[in-house]
Ligand binder design. Structure first.
Ligand SMILES: [Zn+2]
Ligand SMILES: [Zn+2]
Length: 292
């Protein structure tokens, strides 16, 4: 056996084969029954009693055996979910594969950064959209349908903003919001008269790409979030573009054009916070100080 200290061992199996293991009602019921007891192992007899789809214990062991390894592990004389098993049950609850939902556009009373038009928040086809009614610019954020079911129409814009916040947080922390792979990031354009600066985030593994403005990257830095919260602005409940016009000043300057590097400065209530965004879209330095 060779030892390779630089790499983490990952046992990759054929996805079609692994997902095929779930193609029986009894097996999905086993995962749900285990998820009902997240802290404890469940005994064979307890599990057999909880699953109605199969009434013969020999047949039941056959199904359980199929799940063992990928989705179910043995623990404390019984059975428990593996991480993958918990993810499958989570996806069932989120309705990612099985549900559908829609929310008609809600007028959220904030103005488009590009044209000053009215912004709306809506949900369709598995994604929340924050969109300008007049020029169509905005953002589209994948969101599981069963999460949408849990909020009222009036609370939906705030829930969508919170979800946006957690997707952006994950992207800025360097993980693909879809597949959890490591992400590559780069500032690709400086601000122009027509639009904001842009950074591109791409996942080499699943191919997902996302763009964020330099101002958004700066807004989500913990020091800036603290500054904003202390001045009464909650970035988890509002899209950043809702907050910027409310501040005394928000400005972006270009520190370098090749490669692109930016400084974003927010000012409010006699204080300013200045954020240097590097060419790789990371935050280099943050400085918070009173305005002279
Ligand atoms: Zn617009
Ligand atoms: Zn990915």
């Amino acid at each position: 056996m060779t030892e390779d200290t630089d790499r983490v061992a990952v046992d990759a199996r054929d996805p079609a084969e692994v997902f095929g293991l779930l193609a029986a009602e009894a097996r999905v019921d086993v995962l749900r029954a285990l998820a009902d007891h997240p802290q404890d192992a469940v005994s064979f007899s307890g599990l057999f009693a909880a699953v109605d789809a199969v009434r013969d214990s020999g047949n039941f062991s056959y199904h359980l055996e199929k799940l063992r390894g990928a989705f179910v592990r043995e623990a404390d004389g019984g059975y428990a979910l593996t991480h993958a098993g918990r993810q499958v049950v989570g996806a069932i609850h989120a309705g990612s594969y099985t549900a559908d939902a829609a929310v008609d556009p809600v007028d959220v009373g904030w103005h488009c950064q590009r044209c000053g038009g009215r912004m709306t928040v809506a949900y369709a086809d598995g994604a929340a959209s924050m969109e300008c009614r007049d020029c169509g610019s905005g953002a589209r954020i994948p969101l599981p349908p069963a999460t949408v079911d849990q909020v009222d129409r009036s609370a939906f814009p705030e829930a969508a903003a919170a979800w946006y916040h957690q997707r952006v947080r994950r992207t800025l922390d360097g993980f693909c919001a879809d597949c959890t792979g490591r992400i590559d990031a780069e500032l690709v354009s400086a601000p122009t008269a027509d639009g904001p600066s842009l950074a591109e985030f791409s996942c080499p593994r699943c191919g997902r790409t996302a763009t964020l403005s330099g101002t958004t990257i700066a807004t989500f830095h913990p020091v800036v979030e603290g500054f904003l919260v202390e001045h009464g602005f909650d970035t988890t409940a509002h899209h950043p573009s809702q907050i910027w016009p409310e501040l005394d000043d928000t400005a972006v300057s270009v520190r370098s054009r090749d490669p692109i590097a930016l400084t974003v400065r927010f000012e409010h209530g006699g204080e300013a916070v200045s954020v240097d965004v590097a060419p790789d879209a990371s935050v280099e330095t943050v400085d918070r100080s009173p305005v002279e």
